[in-house]
Design a protein around this ligand. Structure first.
Ligand code: KG4
Ligand code: ZN
Length: 345
């Protein structure tokens, strides 16, 4: 099937604090609507699971209706429903999975429970077309930092390495807190860093030369906190832009170095970066520089498609439909620790 004959897939994402609803036809994005409960969490400095679940419940129906309106479609136009089945916050996932089952059952269309991480990879196809097979994917978000070998995003994703402690986004959020910047910290550090120097402070780069494709950001986070405390105790003023830029440089140096090592080791010439931290301007710039030097083609979705959204779930659902993968049953659970190897459930 091609063009207007391709099935229309509704995607529902509720793994964290964003209620995302996306609608795609093949690789064409028709609508991407998001309701976020971030403001309700900001004063706690992190996402509160119960608050997120309640917000999903309230936002679900209006967000689905607004996506349909944006796409100029009716419920009867939907050919399949895809939903994030995991990993994520258990209660938050449950709201999306229950809603998706109800929509699929009510509309009499197939249901596809999909992996949130694989969806972060699949979303790029809405912007840059079919994903080369195989590709290496660097997935960096608030909950995950992984290097993946992706022979086929609809069928097989292999884990090459992941963080042994904090996720990259988590490190951004924690360091932002140390610097007195609001939650979530990533975008604020990104902005502050533009006024500073990445070479101002030589912060440690965890697991830089350990030969693995794993990451570690906990030591870096602690080093930044100690550095700031020591300067403050000595009565010195701390340059937030310099610390932000130096911390950010340490993170993106390790991420891009290991991503290119993964490409070299597996003889893969296409690198995709996804997840919330892929919105980082310095990560995008350094990755481009190092990919150009190594002869690797780089794909990074636009920032709005990097952070959690419903379009990514619809994109992976659409890929599963096109690959003729059997739909999920209405009994699928929400699995908070769904492994990356399970692309669909
Ligand atoms: O993928 P995502 O929206 O949600 C998860 O699945 O976790 O990622 C959220 C994370 C947060 O930690 C946030 O601080 C980080 O992505 N983030 C950024 C930027 N924008 C969002 N980190 C660095 N630079 C950014 N521009
Ligand atoms: Zn995510």
């Amino acid at each position: 099937m091609t063009g207007r004959d391709e099935p229309i897939v509704l995607g529902i994402e509720t793994s964290c604090d964003e209620t995302g609803v996306g609608i795609v036809r093949g690789h064409t994005l028709l609508a991407d609507t998001i309701a976020s409960s971030m403001e309700e969490h900001a004063r706690y400095g992190g996402v509160v699971p119960e608050v997120a679940s309640r917000a999903h419940l309230e936002a679900m129906t209006p967000t689905v209706e607004s996506a349909l309106a944006k796409a100029g479609l009716r419920f009867s136009d939907i050919d399949a429903v895809a939903v994030t089945a995991g990993p994520g916050l258990a209660g938050a996932l449950l709201v999306g999975v229950a809603a998706a089952k109800a929509y699929a059952l009510g509309l009499g269309v197939p249901l596809y429970g999909v992996n949130h991480l694989a969806a972060h990879v699949a979303v790029d196809q809405l912007e840059h077309g079919p994903l080369p097979k195989p590709a290496i994917a660097l997935l960096v978000s608030g909950g995950h930092s992984s290097l993946l070998l992706v022979p086929d995003v609809a069928q097989e994703v292999v884990s090459l390495g992941s963080t042994v402690d904090d996720a990259a986004g988590e490190a951004f959020d924690k360091v932002a807190r140390v610097l007195g910047l609001p939650f979530p910290g990533g975008p604020h550090i990104d902005r502050a860093a533009r006024e500073g120097s990445g070479a101002a402070v030589a912060f440690p780069r965890g697991k830089y030369d350990d030969g693995t494709l794993d990451f570690s950001f906990s030591g870096l986070k602690t080093a930044v906190a100690r550095w700031v405390e020591a300067r403050q105790a000595a009565g010195e003023t701390v340059s937030v832009p310099d610390v932000a830029a130096s911390f950010q440089e340490a993170v993106v140096d390790v991420l891009t170095r290991k991503a290119l090592q993964a490409c070299a080791r597996h003889g893969v010439e296409d690198l995709l970066i996804g997840g919330g931290v892929a919105a980082n301007s310095r990560l995008r710039a350094l990755a481009q520089e190092r990919c150009d030097a190594a002869g690797v083609r780089l794909r990074v979705p636009r920032p709005g498609l990097c952070t959690d959204n419903g379009a990514m779930v619809a994109a992976l659902g659409s890929e599963l439909v096109a690959a003729g993968v059997a739909p999920s049953t209405l009994e699928i659970p929400a699995d908070s620790s769904l492994p990356i190897t399970a692309v669909h459930v």
